[in-house]
Design a protein around this ligand. Structure first.
Ligand code: SF4
Length: 351
């Protein structure tokens, strides 16, 4: 089978099976870029409402550039990987500085903050038909199975090999359609577990299918050890119902988002360990308080390299605290997903 047959086949499949998504069938780089950033590490179903909200709030890249970082983070809330939102905002300002005109080629697009080779290839091909192959998780899976390649997809050699192959199988006359097709094919047909190979148009020439290796490909080396962290959040409640929020540093996880002050530990903590801790004393000083734990069982949240065990401690104080905010003020602040879950449950707030 020639490479062009591969491209022909998946493009024909695509025209029949493609999902109707708002960032398709446009050559405007703004919605294409926005959708690509939102969809990194995010499923289409989850990302779609965010895309719609962003386009409604910021119809042009200049609108997005003119927004405050807090507005952007608030709209992003719940999507995770917040560095994407900050980079999106910075890149919008880069483009606004160019009178709202996007770079019109792969190399130029790489200069935008948060745009790596995958996103640059997607924008360059979808908006300008530049023949550069996209390689995302879906593409790795399709190529490794179809061509029977077991090089790990997260090691330098493997990455290079797949990038080269992806460019070789790309039909340069149909770059946009080919890239859309191979990604959609991986998302809908050649899915991670138990793909329905019987209905696949590539079944007769698929190496993995012929050799019974579908479930073993692609190969990914497990590398990272997950770190367990225990966060004890201190939820101040003043006589007027105000609470204390602090902003996280501008680097690291959840950078720039707001949260209750917290104590980090290796495990569960007793009430006297909480109230005797320096962080507690810094926040509450010598005020009189009543403490109670909201959740005995930690709420778990997995990040790529760490697992957070979250406990929320309710600290009712007898006096008002400097810098305390009202519930309404708190709701306007961008917060991370653990905070969002707790706030909704504790203050019984609807979405
Ligand atoms: S035959 Fe199965 S494994 Fe091969 S490309 Fe099709 S869906 Fe993927």
């Amino acid at each position: 089978m020639t490479t062009f047959n591969f491209s022909d086949t998946i493009r024909s499949w695509y025209e029949i099976h493609k999902r109707d998504l708002p960032w398709r069938d446009t050559r405007d780089p703004y919605p294409i870029w926005l959708s690509e950033i939102i969809l990194q590490q995010t499923r289409v179903n989850q990302g779609l409402p965010y895309f719609e909200r962003f386009i409604e709030a910021f119809p042009t890249v200049q609108n997005l550039a003119a927004a405050s970082q807090e507005e952007v983070l608030k709209l992003w809330q719940g999507l995770g990987y917040y560095s994407r939102a900050r980079n999106l905002h910075t890149a919008a300002q880069q483009i606004a500085d160019r009178r709202g005109i996007f770079p019109d080629n792969f190399k130029g697009l790489l200069d935008l903050k948060g745009v790596g080779s995958y996103t640059a290839a997607a924008i360059a091909s979808f908006a300008y038909d530049e023949p550069v192959a996209v390689v995302d998780g879906n593409v790795y899976r399709v190529l490794s199975r179809y061509y029977g390649i077991d090089d790990p997809i997260n090691e330098t050699m493997g990455i290079k090999k797949f990038q080269k192959l992806a460019n070789e199988v790309l039909d340069p006359k149909h770059a946009a359609q080919h890239n859309q097709a191979i990604m959609e094919f991986g998302a809908l047909q050649c899915v991670p577990s138990s793909p329905d190979c019987k209905v696949c148009p590539l079944i007769n020439t698929c190496k993995a299918y012929q050799t019974g290796q579908v479930d073993q490909l692609p190969v990914k080396i497990k590398k990272t050890k997950v770190l367990n962290l225990h966060h004890h959040y201190l939820v101040a409640i003043t006589p007027s119902g105000r609470t204390i929020l602090v902003q996280r540093p501008q680097t690291g996880i959840w950078a720039g988002l707001y949260e209750f002050p917290f104590i980090e530990s290796n495990g569960a903590m007793l009430p006297q360990e909480i109230t005797g801790h320096d962080v507690f004393k810094d926040v509450f000083g010598r005020l009189r308080f009543r403490e109670s734990i909201y959740n005995q069982q930690p709420i778990l949240h997995k990040l790529s390299h760490r697992k957070i065990h979250a406990y929320f401690w309710i600290i009712e104080v007898d006096e008002e605290l400097d810098d305390a905010v009202t519930v309404n003020e708190m709701l306007k602040k961008p917060v991370h997903v653990l905070m969002e879950r707790f706030i909704k449950a504790y203050w019984k707030l609807k979405k």
